[in-house]
Design a protein around this ligand. Structure first.
Ligand code: HEC
Ligand code: HEC
Length: 285
């Protein structure tokens, strides 16, 4: 009888902690944030305009003063060091841009980089100007043509590592995958106002759910952060997180499949412990 009471008390307190305290603590420390929105409804994007790739090549001449487009034969106009010194950060190669970025986001970024990537609090256009000029004045048609052109020169398939390199590695290194940021750490830290952390182990400390929400809209989780929103398509973003998992947590599958086995072991152990107890008490009485 006494044992039953103890069990009851344990169950009650565990219940209170599990259903009462834990969700409360969770909602305080991790307030609910909406899931990532891969449609980028909030941006001023293509507005339904379809582009013509053959007209876009000429518009891309606006971009090659800063960016390389290697798949179209345009090398970087200056060395990485010079580019970093000029812009604060090395402009990424655009060969894969129309493959990895959502087209509405890409259009909005080309029109107004600071607003689309949600760093207008940092680059207000008065005290500090975003290093990439906005091309709003070209109009939706021309921007749609440019994106169609970038789509025509983009690869059909892309590896997880390549998405990471094109979308993140101008700021972030990933030492465990032997990737250094294309912009030197001290230079990019000065540009950003904070140091972009090495991402080797980030999958462990943050988990994939956080990363999906964060990459798509960092402001949602780190209000006021200088990290720009990276408008990847859902597919590309999954690849980035997959790459981070491969690098930082290659034993994830193995570890997760171990869980049920351990529980099974504990359950069997519990049965034996109980039988043993019954036997000992029988001898005592
Ligand atoms: C004066 C230099 C300059 C020119 C011209 C320029 N860019 Fe950029 N661009 C940059 C810099 C610098 C960055 C990186 C900014 C950052 O990460 O804060 C960038 C970033 C980008 C990105 C990455 C977007 C993201 O969300 O990560 C894309 C895509 C891009 N530019 C496209 C273009 C296109 C298309 C053109 C031509 C219409 C163009 N850029 C013209 C300097 C330039
Ligand atoms: C233009 C530079 C830049 C680019 C591009 C960039 N980041 Fe960042 N990132 C930063 C900076 C700066 C910080 C530190 C933010 C802070 O301390 O507020 C950061 C922080 C992070 C963090 C840590 C968040 C936390 O909770 O502490 C993660 C994860 C991350 N970035 C992932 C990515 C991924 C993945 C990509 C590519 C898809 C990417 N970043 C692209 C600049 C960048």
């Amino acid at each position: 009888m006494r044992e039953l009471k103890i069990l009851l008390i344990v169950i009650i307190f565990t219940g209170i902690t599990y259903w009462g305290v834990e969700p409360l603590a969770h909602s305080v420390f991790h307030p609910h944030t909406p899931d990532a929105d891969y449609t980028f409804k909030d941006v001023d994007g293509l507005n339904g305009v379809k582009g013509d790739a053959s007209k876009g090549a000429e518009i891309a001449t606006n971009c090659i003063g800063c960016h390389s487009i290697k798949s179209a034969g345009f090398e970087a106009p200056m060395s990485a060091n010079d580019a970093a010194a000029t812009y604060g950060v090395v402009p990424p190669d655009l060969s894969t841009a129309a493959k990895i970025y959502d087209h509405n986001y890409l259009a909005a970024f080309i029109k107004n980089p600071a607003v689309a990537s949600k760093v207008a609090h940092k680059f207000d256009g008065v005290n500090k100007v975003h290093p990439m000029p906005g091309y709003d004045y070209l109009g939706n048609e021309a921007i749609a043509d440019l994106i169609a052109y970038l789509g025509s020169i983009a690869p059909k398939d892309i590896s997880a590592k390549a998405v990471f390199e094109d979308a993140c590695s101008r700021c972030h290194s990933m030492k465990y995958a032997k990737i250094s940021s294309t912009t030197q750490v001290d230079v990019v830290s000065k540009y950003m106002g904070s140091t972009p952390p090495d991402l080797s182990m980030m999958i462990r400390s943050r988990g994939d759910e956080y990363l999906h929400k964060f990459i798509n809209d960092p402001q949602k989780l780190l209000h006021g952060t200088s990290m720009p929103r990276v408008g990847l398509t859902k597919e590309s973003e999954e690849k980035v997180v997959e790459f981070m998992t491969q690098t930082g947590d290659s034993k994830k599958d193995e570890r997760e499949s171990l869980g049920p086995k351990v529980l099974m072991y504990l359950a069997i152990l519990a049965v034996f412990a109980y039988l043993w107890k019954v036997k000992i008490w029988r001898e005592v009485h």
